[in-house]
Design a protein around this ligand. Sequence first.
Ligand SMILES: *[C@@H]1O[C@H](CO)[C@@H](O)[C@H](O)[C@H]1NC(C)=O
Ligand SMILES: *[C@@H]1O[C@H](CO)[C@@H](O)[C@H](O)[C@H]1NC(C)=O
Length: 463
Amino acid sequence: MKKFLAVTIGILAAAYYMYNFLNIKPPLPPIHDTIWKDEDGTIDNEIYPFSINVTKKNLEYLKRRLRDSVYAPPLKGVNFTYGFNTDHLQKIVNYWLNDYNWNEREKLLNAVPQFRTRISGLNIHFIHLKPHANVLKQKRVLPLLLLHGWPGSVKEFYKVLPLLVSPQSEYDFVFEVVVPSLPGYGFSEAATKPGLDTAHIALIMKKLMNRIGFTKFYVQGGDWGSIIGTDMITFYPESVNGFHSNLCIPPISSLSMIKMVIGSFFPEFMTSSSFKYRLYPFREIFAFLAEETGYLHVQATKPDTIGVALLDSPVGLAAYILEKFSTWENYNRRDSPDGGLSLEKLNEKNYCIDDLLDNVMIYWLTGSITSSMRLYKESVMSTMLRGSPMPTLVPTACAQYPFEIMHHLESIIREKFRNLVYLSHMPQGGHFPAFEEPKLFVSDVRKAICTILNFVENAKQIC
Ligand SMILES: *[C@@H]1O[C@H](CO)[C@@H](O)[C@H](O)[C@H]1NC(C)=O
Ligand SMILES: *[C@@H]1O[C@H](CO)[C@@H](O)[C@H](O)[C@H]1NC(C)=O
């Protein structure tokens, strides 16, 4: 009996020791404010109005390149399983050349107030939309920073902007939204020296909000936007009231790896999520990730090489970007002849081919594909593995969309986000929900922020 007790206590002590050992978090690395571009040294803290204005010459060059494009015919019956199907690509390019009207699209893109301001040496472009003046008396206004990822842009958020700044009878708040182009993406300048990783972008975003006049604000993001938002609440928790992500990405610790392994044998033990089919079985998830993340390996190692081809060819750029919009919104689209990027069903969805081409145009016209891909090189091996394991107490909300490319166990998410106050399992949608499911996205963000407000203020709004 005594022996048994001693062994049990020994095992428990060893388990406790192991748990603590596996749970060790490295300290946060220092983030130095850096000037990312050589400049003349003058200080300019002004905010200037901005609008997109593309020259005729530029558009003519694009048309010439679209006309001169060449294609390897696809194999018979493979749809999108070998990558972007060039039969369908030719149809899209034909539409782009003959029916897509940039002048109209430019007007739509310029229909929201845009600005630029210099931060850490870089001109940063952003949309800043306020609620209507007569709303201000009835509702509190919450500043919300929306962060896009790759291969997206500010374009992803256009449909949700008017909804977010509109009052809703159930809630006592509306949002005032700021949507920046990430450095090196679209209309924001790229660094000319290495090292601009997500943690340093987090500093730039904090400085942007401070410059606009917000010392405390909310942050929303998916993809890189989620990782940058996570760095913001890790490095600058005092600046962020709450964080919402449509793809919460907790850093993988030794402890979380053990949880994943246990979960692969006993999924019921680790999660009651209706999405456990997206977590397990391991074999299938790993096969899926191996098939779908080649781009990540390329961009995290030699972004400039693939960048040469994509910067030079508008058709190659469109195939590379739109393949992600096809598969990441629903991987079953790989098995259809148009990859889900139909030209015909324009009105049945929340977006149309013109919206997809706007996003491609933002990369093409600004020549930013190479600099956008460098974010993988800068960040995959540095911040993601270095800084982020440190837990954060900033109230966090995670939305899980069924066709997202990966999901994480709630208990692993909680290792990083200690105050996870809201976790939703969405009925539909994938990797670009603001773009794809604007209404669903907005109602989820409102509910999440309401829950965060209740948590922080100990209030009892009905969310
Ligand atoms: C765009 O630039 C042209 C030439 O520089 C100018 O005439 C035009 O007014 C500009 N348009 C806008 C919307 O700024
Ligand atoms: C390709 O699409 C067709 C039509 O939707 C479908 O019948 C076929 O099974 C698909 N094949 C593959 C390999 O995805």
